[in-house]
Each structure stands twice: as C-alpha cells, then as structure tokens.
Design a protein around this ligand. Structure first.
Ligand SMILES: Cc1cc2nc3c(=O)[nH]c(=O)nc-3n(C[C@H](O)[C@H](O)[C@H](O)COP(=O)(O)O)c2cc1C
Length: 236
C-alpha cells in the first residue's frame, strides 16, 4: 500500500522545502522590542523549536503599518526597511537548525486601540469591534486602502530581503483583512464591498502586488473556516 506521505516525510508548500510536515502555527510571542524588531529571546525560542524538529515555523503576527499595530505589547513589526538586518539574524539562526521560517503579516484594523498606535483605528466600515475596543473605527478611504495594500507588499519585500522562506497573510481572527472578507463588518457600497469578489479585492490586490514585485515568492494565507458572525442581514 502506498498511502499518503507520513508527517515525518519531507514536504513542499510552493517553493518552500521542509524536512517534515510539522509547522508551528503563528503565535504572538510578545518578543518584539519597542520598534518591533525581534528580541534575543525570540531567536532562542525559534532555535529551540527548530532543534526540536519543526519543519517550518510561522512567526507571530508582524505589523505592516504603525496604524495596524497590536494593543498587546511586544508585537513584531515589518513596516520599516531598518528592521531587515535584525530579521536576517533571526532567519539565519533558524536556517542553521534546518527549519524554514515564514513571516506572518497583519494589520489589526479595529482590533487594536489608538493608545497603542497613536492614531485612530481603521476598518472597512465604521463598526465597533465587539471584543477589542470601545472605539468606532474610521472608514477607510480609497487612498487609505491603497496605502495598506502597498504596506503589505513592501513588508513582503522586506521579508524576502531578510531571507524568510515566505510570508503568510493574516486573513483570519477579525483583523483588518478578515473584516473586509466578512459581510458583517464590510458594509461598503463601493468596489471594496458587497459581492464576494469585491470583499476579496483587497487581498487579491495584495497578492497581485507581491507577484508583480517579488515574482513567485511563496505567499500563504490563513483564513477562518467559520468566524462566528452572521452576514449583514442578521447584523442588527
Ligand atoms: C497565545 C496565542 C497567540 C496566537 N497568536 C496568533 C497570531 O499571531 N497569528 C495567528 O494567525 N494565530 C495566532 N494564534 C492562533 C494559533 O495560531 C492557532 O490558529 C490557534 O491556536 C488554533 O489552533 P489550535 O486549534 O491548534 O490551537 C495564537 C494562539 C495563541 C494561543
């Protein structure tokens, strides 16, 4: 019987080669410094995971813009070219232990607080997040959406420059891109809302932007199977 490959067999996702099929899922470690660069403690943690045999590690979410920074302390950031050398050191340490390293890129949208970012929170539509904040987010303008698309693409470019094996776009858990996908939180009437195609447009443009600038650089996405919200008709 041939069967499917076992979990200890080498695997590939796109251009990412892995010695086995164990992938550490993105987990916010709170081990970024004030600028969002990885602390020594994060390198130690990832080296331990790699030594323990992980095939690939996905970093905790890394912010693509100050506006999208988490309200939880110690978030990684990838919004500035000056961060690249610090990440290069982290990537090299993980590669020496034989694991692949993928950077998860995120914008927290309305799931953060202005005290953490220094500016108003933003969302596709001005709907308060149920869990994170009492703030009503600003509805993004066309220009604001364009800036966010560019920020994701530029962050992917920095991740590639730092040697990451790929990036993962965070489309889950109610963060900004998830808010665009959901008919509950996206009530826009322009080309960024309404039909499934329109709600997906921001992700599609980020993907096209990365393809245009970085060719076939590996891009993974993390999506909810179920987000616990009913569509706009049931929103109330
Ligand atoms: C402390 C903690 C931090 C997490 N941080 C992230 C994160 O930064 N990005 C993400 O996509 N998921 C994050 N997650 C979710 C996990 O990656 C995973 O999807 C979740 O735990 C469900 O997987 P499980 O059913 O195997 O636990 C986090 C989970 C925990 C417990």
């Amino acid at each position: 019987m041939t069967g499917s490959p076992g979990i200890f067999e080498p695997g590939r996702i796109g251009g990412i080669s892995m010695r086995n099929r164990f992938i550490r899922s993105a987990t916010h470690e709170g081990m970024g410094d004030a600028e969002g660069a990885p602390l020594e403690s994060l390198e130690k943690l990832y080296v331990r995971l790699a030594k323990g045999g992980a095939g690939a590690i996905v970093t905790g979410y890394a912010g693509v813009l100050q506006q999208g920074k988490s309200c939880f302390p110690g978030m990684l950031m990838m919004h500035d070219d000056r961060l690249v050398p610090a990440y290069r050191k982290l990537v090299d340490a993980v590669h020496r232990e034989g694991a692949a390293l993928i950077m998860q890129l995120a914008h927290c949208g309305s799931q953060t607080r202005s005290v953490a970012t220094g500016m108003r929170t933003v969302a596709p539509s001005p709907i308060k997040d149920r869990f994170y904040s009492e703030e009503v987010p600003l509805e993004l303008t066309e220009k604001g959406i364009r800036e966010i698309i560019d920020a994701f693409v530029s962050a992917a470019q920095r991740a590639k420059a730092a040697g990451f094996d790929g990036v993962q776009l965070h489309l889950a858990h109610g963060y900004l891109l998830a808010k665009f996908l959901s008919g509950y939180s996206n009530r826009r009437l322009d080309r960024w809302g309404g039909s499934l195609e329109n709600r997906f447009r921001i992700v599609s443009e980020i993907m096209q932007g990365i393809r245009g600038r970085l060719g076939d650089y590996p891009v993974l996405v993390k999506m909810n199977g179920y987000d616990g919200m009913r569509g706009r008709d049931a929103a109330g």
